[in-house]
Design a protein around this ligand. Structure first.
Ligand SMILES: [Zn+2]
Length: 402
């Protein structure tokens, strides 16, 4: 008996323990089932249904995501694009927008949960697609330009684009205002007349690209010629290596293109003295052949005449040069520079910001000159252009596109 008892105890002990723990586990399981049933019975919350789409315009193949969550379980009833069915499954969907017209598209979905009430959710999302290249048009004003003039290239595009391009092989710098862009090119007065190629490439924010090829005709302009007699001390400077080095140095400066234009409206004449020598006058020095054209406009100013900034800009050079004498140069942005030569005194320093009417200097007779005068020059992408044209007409600048 004792032995049996002992055995009984040995057997029953673990059984009682197992039974007690079994009952203990059963009650919470029932409770859990009941509360789940109650949740199923009472649930009035529709599933969380979301269509995730890119938040910017798209092109080509694009992935959208259909997401559903609901504690009672769920099913997607339908998923549509522009009213046409897509697979009614959650997860990623790849849509080829090249098969759709450009524009706004509507994605819509409906899902139902598995609660007693069958709660339903419906959502919509929109997708803007564009797969066609932007349409470009040149402003008619861009079709011809005179020798020594400033060419304005104006482009309109069907959507905002980043424009790049070349004119006669030279890179252009475009300024854009939405769907309108412009670039300036200086035409050397010695350029042979005739057509020149303009090649433009436009890329919209989606990477859709289009090209425009056109011809711009350079028209002849009848500029006068004049003989200049320089004293022996300075005449040697004109064709010298000193002058060549000076030109190379200035060309390197003019090649720096700051991105934004600084002016709005026409430039103001830097002095009110009469004109002594026009822009692009053919020059023969001391009886020689005409080898160059005057790169600026000379004003007949006595030494000491105040010289004023014609437009806002940054002073980029204040320096005595061998041929050009004491020089001041302003950067007006997008490759437009104005230059003041043969000065007697400078009143600004490099890096200084100037505005219209800031006194830059006093005119003088320094460098290779026949007498006191102010030489005023405007460079556009490195080429000297008619400076007076900049005082007579507005070129596109910081203001609104006209
Ligand atoms: Zn001059």
């Amino acid at each position: 008996m004792r032995g049996i008892d002992r055995r009984g105890c040995l057997f029953l002990g673990p059984l009682v323990l197992a039974g007690a723990s079994g009952f203990g586990a059963l009650w919470p399981a029932l409770g859990e089932r009941l509360s789940r049933w109650l949740a199923w019975y009472q649930d009035a919350t529709p599933p969380q249904l979301v269509i995730r789409v890119p938040d910017r315009p798209v092109r080509g193949k694009v992935t959208v995501v259909l997401e559903v969550t609901d504690e009672q379980g769920w099913e997607i009833e339908w998923f549509e694009l522009d009213g046409l069915p897509l697979p009614a499954v959650a997860g990623e969907h790849v849509i080829d927008t090249t098969t759709l017209p450009d524009g706004l598209h509507v994605l819509a979905a409906s899902a139902r949960d598995h609660a007693r009430a069958g709660n339903r959710a419906q959502v919509q999302a929109t997708l803007l697609s564009r797969n066609h290249p932007p349409i470009l048009a040149l402003d008619p004003a861009s079709t011809s330009v005179g020798q020594g003039q400033t060419l304005v290239i104006r482009v309109r595009s069907s959507v905002p684009v980043a424009l790049s391009g070349t004119f006669a092989g030279r890179s252009l710098v475009f300024v854009s205002d939405g769907q309108q862009s412009w670039a300036l090119v200086g035409i050397d007065a010695m350029t042979r007349p005739g057509p020149r190629p303009l090649r433009l490439t436009a890329v919209d924010e989606l990477g859709n690209r289009s090209e425009l090829n056109a011809e711009v005709r350079v028209l002849p302009v009848a500029y006068p010629n004049e003989e200049v007699w320089l004293p022996p001390a300075t005449s040697g400077l004109i064709g010298s290596t000193v002058n060549a080095r000076e030109i190379a140095r200035l060309d390197a400066l003019f090649a720096q293109v700051s991105p934004q234009p600084r002016w709005s409206g026409p430039f103001v004449r830097p002095v009110s003295c009469p004109i002594a020598s026009d822009f692009a006058t053919g020059r023969s020095y001391n009886g020689g052949p005409i080898t160059s054209r005057h790169w600026g406009t000379d004003f007949d100013c006595p030494v000491g005449t105040p010289v004023f900034a014609p437009a806002p800009g940054t002073v980029v050079l204040v320096e005595p040069l061998a041929v050009r004498g004491l020089a001041v140069i302003l950067d007006h942005g997008v490759g437009v520079y104005s230059c003041y030569y043969h000065l007697s005194r400078a009143d600004v320093h490099p890096g200084q910001e100037v505005t219209v009417g800031t006194q830059l200097a006093l005119s003088g007779a320094t460098g290779a000159v026949t007498g006191p005068h102010l030489h005023w020059e405007i460079r556009v992408l490195g080429e000297a252009v008619d400076p007076l044209a900049w005082t007579q007409q507005p070129f596109p600048g910081t203001g609104k596109w006209d």
